[in-house]
Design a binder for this molecule. Structure first.
Ligand SMILES: [Zn+2]
Length: 167
């Protein structure tokens, strides 16, 4: 736990203000802009999540190329034990790290909200999101989207215990 937090803090120190990159997605129909995220450390945490996500995507491309060179039928090939599937096996710890950073991010964003804003998010079971211009939005139930789309088949991800964080 503490090594996870220490790693996150070290990663955040490595991100300069110039490196900070905000969400590119615009607020969608039905989403309500609650306020703007001003905290620099949380903006860095969002940037870190993006960086790690890109790393996972790149790893998934290499991993699938690796697996396709020797993969037989799904029945006879077990990616979690196959000695030739090292890269795909590396995905699980990275995905777990992204999940942890994602949880920290949303916990942090919530602490930036006042009572009225929190009530606005929670009403009708809405969830929270970040959009272009660091807008914090409330998302209608069922409107949340995955932040990562990988080329790896879902059954392979599931066999490795990889959960893809949603926002
Ligand atoms: Zn393999």
């Amino acid at each position: 736990m503490f090594s996870f937090l220490n790693n996150v803090l070290a990663d955040l120190k490595g991100i300069s203000n110039a490196d900070i990159k905000g969400p590119s997605e615009k607020a969608r129909d039905g989403e309500g802009v609650v306020t703007t995220l001003k905290d620099i450390d949380l903006r860095k945490l969002f940037t870190l999540r993006t960086q790690l996500t890109e790393k996972l995507k790149a790893l998934s491309v290499v991993a699938m190329k690796e697996a396709s060179t020797h993969r037989g039928t799904a029945d006879e090939h077990n990616v979690s034990t196959c000695p030739n599937c090292r890269n795909i096996q590396k995905m699980a710890p990275l995905a777990a790290r992204i999940e942890g950073v994602n949880d920290l991010l949303w916990a942090g964003v919530r602490t930036e909200l006042n009572e009225t804003e929190i009530a606005e998010i929670l009403q009708n079971g809405r969830s929270i999101g970040l959009r272009q211009g660091w807008k914090i939005v409330s998302i209608p139930h069922g409107g949340a989207t995955t932040i990562i789309s990988l080329d790896v088949p879902v059954d392979v991800l599931a066999s490795l215990g990889i959960k893809i964080p949603k926002q």
